[in-house]
Design a protein. Structure first.
Length: 422
């Protein structure tokens, strides 16, 4: 306690040489900051010498405090970056993971205080007036803490620290990048998220070959796809961006196959379903986008079924999500793409395609999709078409629906009887 108190008193006395003193004892702010850093350097030295994680944590906290009281952007942010590097060094050398997690949070909090014009020094809360290249420092924090997956364990910290540090870094970086974009880059953020997507995608490939853990490269791949979605939205705008966003889902599935990652599959499915629901709820609908969503859902379902052993999937829930979305988006697409008096015929034709797919692929789920499509078609025929269609179209619709239903019934009945006899 005396040792810790002594270090804190040395720092406090040095701080009062210029800060919070009127008039200052040493009128040169830069000299006092240098003396404060020398005092912190001695604390780091004694922390390493005595292998005291607590003393190391105090030294980093005082480094970030010095950054805040300096109240100058290109002193504050470099010192925050220095605190990040120091915590990573201590983690690599001594496995001080408590220190790493604490520093990770405090670094992003310090950047947030700077972005709010440093209210800790008495300034009114509000965004700083110019970006002052703070984005470079934000990328530096994210890069520094992204080195955690490359640190060898050596029994100095639990394995869960890898995932905890990666997720926490991702969440904090995302929150801060959103604040920076809203403050300075609301009209030209495409290049920012494009760079993030490219860097994370390349880093995920590097981690795939560098580590044996599946989560680490998978997280960066998912983070890359989310950043890519934002960049696509900013570049193409709505509703045209939905076309590229749907195609991006296929890239995600392909990446999951390469990485053998269930995490990417799950996140990609959630992202695809979310984008599709937002699109269907929007007012602007395009036939080419509808068709793209339908094709993406079908191809994704086939890929997941084809390579389920590679992904070690123990459940069909994800593939069922794509098939359910395929069922609804096909009905939706045909309803908007064909004239009103041909909706029943088009839905019946879709049911016929499902029956054919069930035979070719030997998959009963497509048969159930065909039956459900016929059921929806029959309800639509009786509820809507009978009240509005001309007599000629009614006859054609009834005959086509009856032909498909009766033909499918006879075929599968014959097939079941043949199977029972054998």
């Amino acid at each position: 306690m005396l040792k810790i108190s002594g270090h804190l008193l040395v720092y406090y006395i040095t701080l009062r040489f210029y800060f919070f003193s009127s008039p200052p004892i040493i009128p040169l702010k830069g000299v006092v900051i240098l003396l404060m850093l020398i005092a912190i350097g001695f604390q780091i030295y004694f922390a390493i010498r005595t292998k005291s994680e607590l003393l190391g944590a105090i030294a980093i906290i005082l480094t970030l405090s010095t950054a805040m009281v300096s109240d100058q952007t290109h002193i504050t942010l470099p010192l925050v970056t220095l605190g990040s590097i120091t915590s990573l060094f201590l983690f690599i050398r001594y496995g001080w993971w408590h220190n790493l997690i604490m520093t990770l949070v405090l670094v992003y909090v310090s950047h947030m205080f700077w972005l709010l014009d440093n209210p800790l020094m008495g300034h009114p809360i509000g965004a700083v007036h110019a970006h002052q290249y703070n984005l470079l420092y934000l990328f530096a924090y994210g890069t520094i803490f992204s080195f955690v997956p490359m640190v060898r364990q050596k029994g100095l910290f639990p394995n869960s620290i890898y995932a905890s540090a990666i997720v926490l870094n991702g969440l904090c970086f995302t929150f801060m990048i959103m604040m920076v974009v809203v403050s300075f880059y609301v009209h030209n953020y495409v290049w920012i998220f494009s760079i993030i997507s490219m860097i994370c995608l390349l880093y995920s490939i590097f981690l795939k070959f560098r580590t044996t853990r599946i989560f680490d490269p998978s997280f960066y791949a998912c983070f890359s796809f989310m950043a890519m979605s934002v960049a696509i939205y900013g570049y193409s705008k709505l509703p045209g961006a939905y076309l590229l966003l749907a195609l991006q889902s296929l890239v995600g599935v392909s990446w999951a196959l390469w990485f053998r990652s269930k995490i990417i599959v799950v996140m990609n499915t959630i992202l695809f379903l979310g984008i599709m629901l937002v699109y269907l709820a929007s007012a602007q609908l395009l036939n080419k986008v509808n068709i793209t969503f339908a094709l993406t859902a079908f191809i994704s379902a086939r890929i997941l079924n084809w390579k389920k052993e590679r992904l070690t999937l123990q459940t069909y829930m994800l593939r069922n999500c794509y098939l359910v979305s395929l069922f609804f988006i096909v009905l939706f697409t045909l309803y908007h793409a064909v004239p009103a008096h041909y909706v029943t015929l088009s839905w019946t034709a879709a049911a016929l395609v499902y029956f054919i797919l069930s035979l070719i692929l030997k998959n009963i789920k497509y048969r159930w999709m065909a039956i459900m499509t016929l059921l929806v078609t029959a309800i639509y025929l009786f509820v809507v078409d009978l009240a509005h269609m001309e007599i000629g179209y009614r006859v054609i619709a009834f005959l086509f629906l009856a032909f498909i239903t009766l033909g499918a019934s006879l075929y599968f009945t014959k097939k079941i009887r043949k199977k029972a006899k054998s």
